[in-house]
Design a protein around this ligand. Structure first.
Ligand code: NAD
Ligand code: K
Ligand code: MN
Length: 362
């Protein structure tokens, strides 16, 4: 039997509620499998760690994670600490430290979910957004001078490298090629951002030649928001820069019913380092500590984690259980208009996993 070493980092806010729920579901899955087991190690990094030690994670934090097979992450963000400190001190440190350059964000309308687009059938919205996750607008290049003076100036420079753009384009074309429609939309803003985005467009043309069987087109990021709402069926796989994809994927999640459902993987496609899986939402200050968070985004992230480990059968079983749960309005949390708690949804998924095994054995 295989043993997978999984690091769990709940972080802050509802991360502390949904990550233990995710672990519970993974444990239920392993209990019904003779193929693998998990060895979890929990890391209490985040806002509380910052208050005690002045840093979100210890200096040797990456070393503690390096030998893991995968990381399950919650959220970084504390009401009393500036967002750029929590984000750069934890999540970005791990993403950039482990060169998790491909951020993959699937979106579709799960059974039973009342999505806001009334003219859109569930089969019309089935996207994967690939977000460049290592540079671009979030490269950390920039600075602030003459702070507080009238001549103060501040910059956040978009830095793109040829290596960085080529590898994310190749990843996106390959992912598009693996999906039934073999279609990729490259998001750009090369009308206004005339250096980095023009290189981005040129590299798209160059990499497309390696994938003659993938149909592809280009869309400006502002026009893309309207296309997502008005013509969702014309999109399939989408690749965008760090900032553009960050924004587009929250829109995608909302169009599919709720931010609480959407999953993501921060992936090192070369498997040099552990990849990290998390719901796309943040700490949700308005509902934290109340047991009301929707854990489905974390569960779906666990599906992606299992796929990444090569456990396709277990991933299918978990996704099946998630879809049975979303199909039942009595198991909807508040973000979906229901009254269910995090614990009730988690228990329901665990029960389904156990029942499916008993059915198989009978
Ligand atoms: P958010 O995702 O935390 O919340 C936005 C809204 O969606 C809130 O009304 C919240 O209640 C709701 N929501 C989100 N997840 C939900 C869930 N699972 N179930 C039910 N409702 C849910 O975004 P925000 O308010 O912009 O950010 C709050 C904090 O989280 C900030 O500090 C921000 O920097 C941080 N953040 C972290 C990450 C990350 O760690 N990857 C991502 C986004 C935001
Ligand atoms: K998150
Ligand atoms: Mn975001």
């Amino acid at each position: 039997m295989k043993t997978y070493a999984i690091a769990t980092i709940p972080g802050d806010g509802i991360g502390k509620e949904v990550v233990p729920a995710g672990r519970q579901v993974l444990e239920a899955l392993a209990a019904t499998s003779s193929a693998f087991r998990f060895e979890f190690q929990d890391f209490d990094w985040g806002g509380d760690h910052y208050r005690q030690h002045g840093v979100m994670m210890p200096a040797d934090g990456l070393d503690a994670l390096r030998g893991k097979d995968a990381i399950l992450f919650g959220s970084a963000g504390d009401p009393d600490i500036a967002d750029h400190i929590t984000l750069w001190g934890l999540r970005l440190k791990i993403c950039q430290g482990f060169d998790q350059y491909a951020n993959v964000r699937p979106t579709r309308i799960l059974p039973g979910i009342d999505a806001p687009l009334k003219r859109c059938r569930a089969e019309d919205l089935n996207w994967v957004i690939v977000r460049e996750n290592s540079e671009g607008e979030y490269a950390g290049v920039g600075g602030r001078v003459h702070q507080g003076h009238p001549i103060e100036a501040a910059t956040d420079v978009t830095m793109m490298t040829r290596v960085g753009v080529e590898r994310i384009m190749r990843f996106a074309f390959r992912l598009a090629q693996s999906r039934p429609r073999r279609q990729l939309t490259v998001i750009t803003k090369s009308n206004a951002q005339r250096h980095a985005m023009v290189m981005w467009d040129e590299i798209a043309v160059q990499i497309a030649k390696e994938f003659p069987d993938v149909r592809w087109d280009k869309e400006l990021v502002d026009a893309a928001t309207a296309r997502m709402v008005n013509r969702p069926a014309t999109l399939d796989t989408i690749v965008a820069t760090n900032l553009h994809a960050d924004i587009l994927s929250d829109l995608a999640a909302a169009l599919a019913g709720s931010l609480g459902i959407a999953p993501t993987g921060n992936i090192d496609p070369e498997h040099r380092y552990p990849s990290m899986f998390e719901p796309i939402h943040g700490s949700a200050f308005d509902i934290m500590g109340k047991g009301l968070a929707n854990p489905v985004g974390t569960f779906w992230s666990c599906v992606m984690l299992l796929e990444h480990l090569g456990e396709a059968e277990a991933a299918r079983r978990l996704m099946d259980a998630i879809e049975q749960v979303t199909a039942d309005p009595a198991l909807h949390t508040g973000d979906l208009g229901g009254k269910a708690t995090t614990a009730q949804v988690t228990q329901a998924v665990c029960d389904l996993l156990t029942a499916s095994l008993q059915r198989k054995a009978a």
